[in-house]
Design a protein around this ligand. Structure first.
Ligand SMILES: CC(C)(COP(=O)(O)OP(=O)(O)OC[C@H]1O[C@@H](n2cnc3c(N)ncnc32)[C@H](O)[C@@H]1OP(=O)(O)O)[C@@H](O)C(=O)NCCC(=O)NCCS
Length: 278
């Protein structure tokens, strides 16, 4: 028998086990952040009273993101994944979001298509230890007074009010967060955080190629070991920069949505946040 309950911090060892089974990069800090951002919207499915699978949601303005869709390998193919998705969609419907979005792996795509999700664009995960020259101009380090400008710029590019996510990430990781100003206006920012298999570069947006190249170039130059960066295929300049630095495509996600389409600009998205929040 299948039942659902809220995910809590006590479930983190189980979630980390499933995520390692799938070879994903999230750390326990990433999972704790997901729980903090949406404490009533992260769920565990139990099959015959034992934890079998997980799903998380994150409501950002009018958009609800779904992530961490994982089912324990021996229990796959009996409807647990589909039921988890339906449970998450019920929650997001109650939260009255206009759009539900997710980044689908090849495993998840058929399931999401059956539930009415439509493909939007591809996001490619690049990985490796970068070799990159120092960028040519200094960057502005993140300080909390910049937050309103960064939220506004991010909204212009992603079509989403991501303030709760950005505030959490910048507070946790002020060090890797950098900003570019051109003619006194903020034209880009890029953040980063540790990952279990490689440091995760992102999220980051830039409305000029100069700003995007400076920010991503700086992050690649500063990397002391392997990194992952998730780049929309449509952003040719970012793709050129990461491949020139020696990073190699590892996997592709298909960004999918259900409901009202979001007007975002993937050519100005230089690094996605990782598959959990776009
Ligand atoms: C993707 C994933 C969550 C699916 O979980 P699942 O529990 O196997 O999903 P379901 O059982 O609902 O559906 C899987 C298949 O089983 C079939 N199925 C569902 N209920 C069934 C049942 N009662 N009997 C037989 N088959 C069934 C479905 O039709 C589906 O068929 P498909 O392979 O043609 O798509 C799981 O494969 C997984 O954890 N993968 C690794 C992590 C990952 O990639 N997650 C997705 C992130 S976007």
């Amino acid at each position: 028998m299948l039942r659902f309950r809220l995910m809590t911090a006590a479930d983190l060892p189980f979630v980390m086990g499933l995520k390692r089974q799938a070879g994903w990069n999230q750390t326990e800090a990433d999972l704790r952040r997901l729980l903090r951002l949406e404490p009533r919207g992260c769920f565990v499915a139990e099959w015959e009273a034992k934890p079998a699978g997980t799903v998380t949601t994150c409501v950002l303005g009018e958009v609800g993101w779904i992530a961490m869709v994982l089912v324990d390998e021996p229990l796959r193919g009996r409807g647990v994944g589909t039921a988890l998705l339906e449970h998450a969609l019920d929650y997001l419907e109650r939260r009255r979001v206009a759009t539900v979005r997710l980044d689908a792996t090849a495993w998840g795509q058929p399931l999401y298509t059956r539930l009415g999700f439509v493909g939007e664009y591809e996001v490619v995960r690049y990985g490796g230890t970068p070799r990159c020259p120092a960028p040519g101009a200094p960057l502005v380090p993140y300080t909390p007074d910049l937050l309103p400008d960064l939220i506004a710029l991010d909204r212009q590019v992603t079509g989403t009010d991501r303030r709760k996510l950005l505030a959490a990430l910048f507070t946790e990781f002020p060090g890797p967060t950098c900003v570019v100003k051109e003619a006194d206006a903020v034209t880009g920012y890029l953040s980063g955080r540790p990952g279990e298999n490689a440091a995760q570069i992102g999220p980051g947006v830039a409305v000029s190629e100069t700003a995007g190249r400076l920010l991503l170039g700086h992050a690649l130059f500063c990397a002391v070991g392997p990194v992952f960066v998730d780049v929309p295929r449509a952003n040719a300049a970012a793709t050129d920069l990461v491949t020139s630095a020696g990073l190699v495509a590892q996997r592709t996600f298909l960004r999918m949505y259900r409901g009202r389409p979001v007007r975002d600009d993937p050519t100005a998205l230089w690094a996605s946040s990782g598959p959990e929040k776009g």
